[in-house]
Design a protein around this ligand. Structure first.
Ligand code: FES
Length: 120
């Protein structure tokens, strides 16, 4: 069972979908495009079967991390636009944090092009 998550702002999520997205925000091949904003600014591909953290690190984007299993929260980012699915049933986030759009990239995979915000 996957744990689908969308940011609370459905209008923003629609902006990231390839069919309705603005120019320059289309998927790259079968991979999805991830735009990282905030403390780190980067664009990287998110291939199917890789966590967002794995994809970022493989492409030289140094997202912070530690446990890589969804418990320490070192990788905490905000999902600004797009849709993800979790690899585990209970990522270390409260219901309120999920509702606010916070995600854990080490245990999340993209299901659309994404825009993420790294606080700090
Ligand atoms: S690296 Fe620990 S929760 Fe993501």
């Amino acid at each position: 069972m996957t744990n689908q998550h969308k940011p609370s702002g459905e209008k923003e999520a629609r902006l990231a979908r390839p069919k309705a997205g603005p120019a320059g925000f289309e998927a790259i091949g079968t991979d999805y495009r991830v735009e990282l904003q905030g403390r780190l600014q980067a664009i990287f591909r998110s291939p199917a079967g890789q966590s967002l953290l794995q994809a970022a690190l493989a492409q030289g984007v140094a997202l912070p991390s530690s446990c890589r299993n969804g418990t320490c929260r070192a990788c905490l980012c905000k999902l600004v636009a797009g849709e993800i699915a979790y690899r585990i049933e209970w990522p270390g986030l409260s219901r309120e944090e999920k509702a606010e759009g916070w995600i854990l990239p080490c245990v999340a995979e993209s299901r659309s092009d994404l825009r993420l915000f790294l606080p700090g």
